[in-house]
Design a protein around this ligand. Structure first.
Ligand code: NAD
Length: 483
């Protein structure tokens, strides 16, 4: 299979915070890989803009090191790296003052696509948007890319949306949720809407329940101070898991245009029932012999921030009434795994009798570690001795099914940045979507605060708190094993 790379138009991409962790670890290595794939035009330019007092050479040296560290050996070609670095520039800038803006205004070309990546903390989003506008650097077609977290509640998200809207139209604002850039997440839409097989049974009549899991083995480490203000609900559920839920549950959009898709996702969020306190389990990890507890990294020894959440979510619409979606995410768990798993119902009547056993079909869409899909189907156990049923996987790991070229899929950031240059907002969150997600999340978080709820402790290297197992047991269901 030969992958097809369609070059994008020429562009100037300004990365505010170009010297920061995200830019060095994800954004610039991602751009290098697109350059290597032949997607970046020769006259495209990437302009780092941050507080550090660097020049072009200093910035290029910094990014050379980042490429060495974060790009795999097989993709590091010294000649290609030199050519890529030659397209990099740097200008110091102060987001909160006037220094550097006139220089940036002279640097950015007016006759190519302009994109401004806000790879800085959200407290600077407003300053950057306002100054881009004031210094007439941006025009009516320029794009801005904003990182998570997009607010910490409905009020702050509305304020952020309002400050960006003062200088930019919604069609210019690209709110990144990198989960949407993952190959499998887009494949979920293709599986649903380009195959006749699934969509007719993609509803409460045939689907028993859906499980969405994002499990991490790492803890909060040095980010304890940041994480304490956030927690798993704000950091993972409100954005990444909600987005996965929306794509799994949404109605077929009329086409693959940005607003058609985002309208359907928004309808799902608006159809979510409020979540009762007994439908959520919050956890916080203990220490083990190798690593510290959550509390050890927190600035607050009494911290009630959750590093784990499991919850049952009901969707009140015709398609899903009666089919719960169970979401869970956590840190320091026994495996690193992200997946969406659709558990179909058992057949209404087994002609093979009770002794043959019965199995339900399960479709697992794996986001990581190895992106792919696995459908479990029921067959006869081979051999004599009557009819016994077993379920076997129809497994498709993209790397195996599509060969090395097909498995060599762009990283989420690579894809999303190229979508920004192309002007395609389908995989970015719209302002009203983000606000609706906070409107659903806020009462849950406010309930914990007003009741003084504490998360339950769990041991690292496990699947999370026992109570989370009970959440499904009481419904006669079981979580998939975290591996
Ligand atoms: P960082 O602290 O490593 O980098 C911040 C950058 O902003 C630096 O380049 C710094 O020079 C620049 N900066 C700070 N104040 C400035 C000012 N007044 N004027 C101009 N530039 C200024 O942060 P980061 O980890 O790269 O994160 C950036 C954003 O991306 C944050 O909003 C973060 O929440 C988000 N994010 C980061 C990651 C990650 O993996 N690091 C993942 C998802 C989202």
């Amino acid at each position: 299979m030969v992958s097809r790379v369609i070059p994008v138009e020429s562009f100037d991409l300004v990365i505010f915070g170009g010297t920061g962790d995200l830019a060095r670890r994800k954004v610039l290595p991602g751009l290098y890989r697109r350059f290597l794939a032949g997607q970046m035009p020769e006259d495209a330019r990437i302009i780092g803009a941050a507080r550090s007092d660097l020049d072009d050479t200093g910035f290029r040296d910094m990014i050379r090191e980042a490429i060495d560290e974060f790009v795999s050996d097989d993709k590091r070609d010294p000649k290609v790296i030199d050519a890529f670095l030659a397209q990099l520039h740097y200008t110091p800038i102060d987001a909160k003052g006037e220094d550097g803006w006139d220089t940036l205004a002279k640097l950015v070309r007016k006759d190519v696509v302009q994109a401004f990546y806000f790879s800085v903390g959200p407290s600077l989003f407003g300053d950057l948007a306002t100054r881009l506008h004031k210094h007439k650097i941006a025009n009516a077609e320029s794009r801005i890319v904003v990182e998570k977290p997009f607010g910490r509640d409905l009020e702050s998200a509305k304020a952020l949306n309002a400050v960006l809207a003062d200088s930019f139209d919604e069609h210019q604002i690209y709110r990144i949720d990198h989960y949407l850039g993952k190959e499998t997440v887009q494949n979920l839409m293709v599986v649903r809407f380009a195959n006749m097989l699934f969509e007719p049974i993609w509803n409460a009549q045939y689907i028993d329940h859906v499980q969405i899991t994002v499990a991490e083995t790492v803890g909060v480490g040095g980010r304890g101070g940041y994480y304490d203000k956030s927690g798993a609900m704000r950091d993972m559920i409100q954005n990444h898991l909600m987005q996965l839920l929306c794509l799994t549950a949404m109605e077929p959009p009329s086409d693959f245009e940005p607003d058609a898709v985002r309208d359907e996702k928004l309808k799902v969020i608006r159809a979510l029932d409020p979540v009762k306190p007994d439908s959520i389990v919050r956890g916080q990890y203990n220490a083990d012999e190798d690593q510290d507890s959550y509390i050890a990294h927190s600035e607050n020894p009494e911290s009630k921030t959750e590093s784990y959440i499991a919850m049952k979510v009901d969707i009140s619409n015709w398609r899903w009434k009666g089919t719960p979606f169970y979401l869970r995410t956590g840190k320091r768990l026994k495996g690193r795994m992200s997946e969406i798993v659709v558990h179909f119902k058992e057949v209404p009547h087994s002609i093979f009798g009770e002794e043959a056993g019965s199995k339900a079909n399960v479709l697992a869409i794996r986001l990581q570690p190895d992106e792919g899909m696995d459908l479990r189907v029921t067959i006869k156990e081979p051999g004599p001795g009557g009819m016994r049923l077993v379920d076997v996987p129809l497994d498709m790991t993209f790397a195996d099914a599509l060969g090395p070229e097909g498995a060599d899929v762009p990283d989420a950031y690579e894809r999303l940045i190229m979508d920004v240059i192309r002007g395609n907002q389908t995989l970015f969150m719209r302002g009203d979507e983000v606000e609706a997600a906070w409107a659903w999340t806020d009462p849950i978080i406010n309930g914990w605060t007003s009741r003084g709820d504490k998360p339950v402790p769990y041991d690292p290297g496990t699947s999370g708190p026992e109570d989370a197992l009970m959440l499904l047991h009481r419904d006669g269901r079981r979580w998939r094993e975290i591996k």
